[in-house]
Design a protein around this ligand. Sequence first.
Ligand code: DHB
Ligand code: FE
Length: 296
Amino acid sequence: MTPTEQATAAASGAAATDRFRQSGKTAAVQADQARVNELASALVKAANDIILEKKVTYPEFNALKAWLIKVGEDGEWPLFLDVWLEHSVEEVATEHRDGNKGSIEGPYYIPDSPSQQTGKGAPAKISQRPDEKGTRLLFQGQVRGTDGKALPNAKIELWHADEDGFYSQFAPNLPEWNLRGTFIADEEGHFAIDTIQPAPYQIPTDGACGQLIAAAGWHAWRPAHLHLKVSAPGHELLTAQLYFPGDEHNDDDIASAVKPELILDPQDASDGHGKEVNYDFVLDPVSEETPEHLRA
Ligand code: DHB
Ligand code: FE
């Protein structure tokens, strides 16, 4: 990407679409005819019920067709699905848990970010530009099982937007792994990560999703958030987001992905630089019922 290139919906949408195609998640789809019939029939019926109940007109039907075509052209299907539907899928997937339930993954996860060892009092610095803007955040805690025992060498993957609300690999002019990293906790499951506080994030407004938001008089904001994947051998993979107190969109997230237990409580850092915050994760053990995608 050239230095003058702007972040656009089409560019980040295309990147998110490519990422999804490469993720291997599509290979996991099983075509069980009875289940496809059940779900597709319910979806078509729900749409027909809306048309009849709301007395949808031909111009409205054609506006929907044009819009659906544009969502595809802009590469915004991952964006649309992750913003408006993923939170319910996540709720179903994690309702059995005694430990942390987590939150949506969103469209901007990249696996295999650079890995570093970390531990209590030994913070690892996440990949960032020398002049990275934003308030420093020392993010630390412990990973335990639901039995209360520490999980040695737990793995924490962290990714988040920068001070301007942009994610590396989905917006131009950012180093490849900016504000993305994998952190291995110590023998007691302790981790400490040196990063910056992300800014609130506005989903792209210049594509089909932005067009819908403007037409409906909604807003495009997600509260500032950290994205995480936390795992340890024999335990279910936790996908989570963590939020910051006082963000005006915590109660009004376009992606409906905030839960009260996911709001952090940062304090002034004891070393005088920025903020620090403690957050502990509790992982459920893998059981016979654990689906493949929750096995780390
Ligand atoms: C979207 C972006 C995010 O950063 C996120 O966490 C969830 C959804 C989106 O643009 O769809
Ligand atoms: Fe995000």
